[in-house]
Design a protein around this ligand. Structure first.
Ligand code: FE
Ligand code: ZN
Length: 258
C-alpha cells in the first residue's frame, strides 16, 4: 500500500509525501515550500517524480519552482483551469481523470468553491482535500458560489465511503471545533473530539488524517441537514431558509467572522 508522510510547512500547512513501496518513487501533495519537502525526500531515500497541487494558492504551490529545478522533468499536476497560475504545471486535470506515480493509481474530484480549480486527489481510501475540507471545517469560499462549495463537500466528497482517510491542507482543527461547538453545544462527538485534539496538539502532534465517518458527526459543513444544528442557526438568524445550502451559507459567513 502507498505510504503517506505529512510534512508540516510554513505556520500550519501540510504537504504530504506519497511513497510507492514497489518502485521507491515519490510524489508530493501541495509543496508549500522547498526545504522541508527536500529534506524528507532525502531522509526517505526516494525518487521524487511528481507534484500534485490541490489549488493555485501560494501556500500550496510555493515549492513548485525550486523542486522542478532540483528534480528536472518532475511532473506537476493541477486542474486544467489553473493553467497559467500553477507554477510549472505539466498535467491539466479534469473531474474524474486518473493520475499515477510509480505503481500507484489515483483519480481526482473537481471541487470548485474555495477556488474555481480546487481538486481532491483520491488514492484508494485516502483523499487529499487541500483547502476544500478540513477536520471540523472547510475552506473559505473565495471563487465559487456557496452552492458549489456545498456540492463539492456534501455530494462529491460526501459520497465517498465512511472509511475514507482525509488528508487536509491546514492544521485548523482546534479552532474549527470551537466554532462547531457554538453551533451544536450539545453535540457530544464534538466535545470529545475537541478534548482529544487538544491532547494531541499539546503533545506536538497533528490532527491529520481524519476519518470521513467522524467528520460526518462533527463537521458543521457536512451537517447542514441536521435538525439540531438547523435549530441553532435559526436562533441566530431567524430569517434563514431551512434548506441545506441556505444553512451552509449562514454558517460559512459566521465562521468567516469567528
Ligand atoms: Fe487555499
Ligand atoms: Zn491553504
Amino acid at each position: 500500500p502507498m505510504k503517506v508522510i505529512p510534512i508540516p510547512c510554513l505556520n500550519d500547512n501540510f504537504a504530504y509525501l506519497l511513497i510507492c513501496p514497489e518502485t521507491n518513487e515519490a510524489a508530493v501533495v501541495d509543496p508549500s515550500e522547498y526545504e522541508p519537502v527536500f529534506k524528507e525526500v532525502q531522509k526517505r531515500k526516494v525518487t521524487l517524480t511528481t507534484i500534485f497541487n490541490t489549488h493555485h494558492h501560494w501556500d500550496h504551490v510555493g515549492g513548485n519552482d525550486e523542486l522542478s529545478r532540483h528534480f528536472p522533468g518532475i511532473k506537476i499536476h493541477a486542474h486544467i483551469s489553473d493553467r497559467d497560475r500553477v507554477p510549472g504545471q505539466t498535467d491539466f486535470l479534469e473531474d474524474g481523470d486518473f493520475v499515477q506515480f510509480g505503481n500507484q493509481k489515483g483519480s481526482i474530484l473537481h471541487n470548485p468553491g474555495h477556488t474555481s480549480g480546487a481538486i481532491t486527489y483520491l488514492f484508494g481510501n485516502m483523499a487529499f482535500t487541500g483547502d476544500t475540507l478540513f477536520s471540523g471545517g472547510c475552506g473559505r469560499v473565495f471563487e465559487g458560489t456557496m452552492e458549489q462549495m456545498h456540492h463539492s463537500l456534501n455530494v462529491k466528497i460526501g459520497k465517498l465511503p465512511d472509511d475514507t482517510q482525509l488528508y487536509f491542507g491546514h492544521e485548523y482543527t482546534e479552532n474549527n471545533l470551537r466554532f462547531a461547538q457554538t453551533l451544536e453545544p450539545k453535540n457530544e462527538d464534538i466535545q470529545s473530539q475537541l478534548t482529544q485534539i487538544r491532547k494531541v496538539r499539546s503533545e506536538g502532534k497533528w490532527s491529520t488524517p481524519s476519518l470521513l465517518s467522524s467528520e460526518r458527526k462533527i463537521n458543521p459543513f457536512l451537517r447542514c441537514h441536521d435538525q439540531a444544528l438547523q435549530k441553532h442557526v435559526i436562533q441566530k438568524q431567524p430569517d434563514t431558509n431551512l434548506d441545506p445550502v441556505s444553512i451552509f451559507t449562514v454558517i460559512r459567513k459566521l465562521k468567516d467572522q469567528f
